[in-house]
Write a protein that binds this ligand. Structure first.
Ligand code: FAD
Ligand code: NAI
Length: 469
């Protein structure tokens, strides 16, 4: 008899949730994690620390820009960067220790070390001192996540030239920050430093920021960020970063190429945020016969089965959006399947949120995707400037856009830019999960005064007229 029903390698949101769900369903579970703490990228160096800094810097900006209008006189806010970092650290500690507690509570054996798949049913754990042990198990889940995508020719030292990990612990706020890539990481962390006084310039390869988002959202959101003082060089790429003492010289060329049109930007810190890649280093997958796809992701079928019986994979290391909640839901679905239940993830309804100010949130199809698929749709839009609560809060940047099928009225996509968008998007997600229509949303009574009323009014705009514009 093997020691375990399930061994999970990696305790990020995919792995730890899968382990807990499997234990709740009666399985004997072990996890293997090489990092000193559990929670993976998300809790240690991703979602959680970035949100701690985003919230704190947002409060700083609120105090600087809006307090006087609200009639609050506290003087010009002063930044205590060390304390802001301490708040971030404490938030991370609280969250990662929570996972250790949940492992104990669910009687999950947590092994510290690097996991290697020796074949179906066998996982080697290599401890920090080099000693090894082997765990025997019925099933193995690979949940090893992702790592920073390097920029060829630019070496990350995590001090001056940083990835998101270094950007979460700079020793001071830089005067000039150049961000390579205006995707989710770049815009979130760029916003943190812009609010705290840095001059921030984004160099983005594509002709729009937040590439996969609805075009309307990208365009208007970029305008809002410009208004906040951030600079954008679109259709451009960084080809070199040269250290000149304490200063960095960043060479920028048109995305299409052309050294002749190259220019240089001076920076104190450069943040490289051009995407992440699946992490499978040292796992022994090739030797074990586990196939990868052309992008280095573990190949799985729709039951998360790899090419080897009894070995499964979930989260950032497989195809799909690299999001914590996608990894978590896959963890639950897989544990349910292993327990003989019907686990399922609806990939059509996975919300995406960018935690800037205003926030950007989206679920379902964009207008561009609907057009490309030849689907006839109706669009309803409502601006935050016409929402009473947003006015009272001085948060009138943004809008809600609802896209519904032209014939059936079924909601196909909802896109929100505005204060609290990341919370509001879930009413759209629930509606879409149940196949709801735009009229269902537009006729659902929404409490007044709430910013969510903008969602109702945008839905109304797809089949009737909104009341407040
Ligand atoms: P990971 O969280 O990467 O966890 C994998 C774990 O496996 C790691 O702990 C690693 O140490 C361990 N591991 C790897 N190899 C081995 C091995 N051989 N043996 C033992 N252990 C191993 N997503 C959101 O949804 N919302 C956000 O707000 C958000 N913010 C982010 C901010 C930043 C700065 C970054 C970088 C990412 C952010 N993400 C966010 C993405 C999110 O972090 C990932 O989608 C999520 O962590 C993926 O979970 P995972 O379990 O697949 O992998
Ligand atoms: P991303 O894919 O969101 O953005 C990368 C950007 O860099 C793209 O716009 C791309 O066009 C650009 N780019 C690529 N190569 C370039 C080059 N050579 N020069 C200039 N620009 C270039 O990736 P990002 O921001 O690194 O985030 C990685 C992952 O982490 C994402 O998949 C995201 O889902 C996840 N994440 C999610 C968050 C959230 O949900 N709020 C927050 C942070 C990260």
């Amino acid at each position: 008899m093997p020691q375990y029903d399930l061994v999970v390698i990696g305790t990020g949101p995919g792995g730890y949730v899968c382990a807990i769900k499997a234990a709740q369903l009666g399985m004997k579970v072990a996890v293997v994690e090489k990092r000193a703490t559990h929670g993976g990228t998300c809790l240690n160096v991703g979602c959680i620390p970035s949100k701690a800094l985003l919230h704190a810097s947002e409060m700083f900006a609120e105090a600087a820009h809006n307090f006087e209008t609200f009639g609050i006189k506290v003087g010009k806010p002063k930044l205590d960067w060390k304390q802001m970092l301490a708040h971030k650290e404490k938030t991370v500690e609280g969250n990662v220790s929570g996972i250790s507690f949940l492992f104990k509570k669910n009687k999950i054996d947590a092994h510290h070390g690097t996991g290697k798949v020796l074949g179906a049913g066998k996982v080697e754990v290599k401890a920090d001192d080099g000693s090894t042990s082997v765990l025997e198990t019925k099933n193995i889940v690979i949940a090893t996540g992702s790592d920073v995508m390097p920029l060829p020719g630019v070496e990350i030292d995590e001090k001056q030239i940083v990835s998101s990990t270094g950007a979460l612990e700079l020793d001071k706020v830089p005067n000039r920050l150049v961000v390579v890539g205006a995707g989710v990481i770049g815009l979130e962390l760029g916003s943190v430093y812009a609010r705290l006084g840095a001059e921030v310039t984004f160099v983005e390869f594509m002709d729009k920021i937040l590439g996969p988002m609805d075009g309307d959202v990208s365009k208007q959101f970029q305008r809002m960020l410009k208004k906040q003082g951030m600079n954008f060089k679109l259709s451009s790429k960084v080809t070199a970063v040269t250290k000149k003492g304490k200063e960095l010289e960043v060479t920028v060329e048109p995305a299409a190429g052309g050294e002749a049109a190259a220019e240089t930007l001076a920076a104190d810190v450069v943040l490289v945020a051009i995407g992440r890649k699946p992490y499978t280093d040292g796992l022994g997958l090739k030797e074990a016969g586990v196939e990868l796809d052309e992008r280095g992701r573990v190949k799985t079928d729709d039951h998360y089965r790899t090419s080897v019986n009894g070995i499964y994979a979930i989260g950032d290391v497989i195809a799909g959006p690299m999001l914590a909640h996608k990894a978590e839901d896959e963890g639950v679905a897989l544990a349910e399947m292993l327990a003989g239940q019907a686990g399922h993830v609806n990939y059509e309804v996975i919300p995406g949120v960018v935690y800037t100010q205003p926030e950007v949130a989206s679920v379902g199809k964009t207008e561009e995707e609907l057009k490309a698929a030849g689907i006839k749709y109706k669009a309803g839009k409502f601006p935050m400037t016409a929402n009473g609560r947003a006015k009272a809060m001085l948060q009138t940047d943004g809008f809600v856009k609802v896209l519904a099928d032209a014939e059936s009225d079924r909601v196909l996509g909802v896109h929100i830019v505005g204060f609290g968008a990341g919370e509001m998007i879930h009413e759209a997600a629930v509606l879409m999960e149940f196949g709801g229509a735009s009229e269902d949303l537009g006729r659902t009574c929404h409490a007044h005064p709430t910013i969510s009323e903008a969602v109702k009014e945008a839905a109304l705009a797809t089949f009737a007229k909104p009341i407040h514009i």
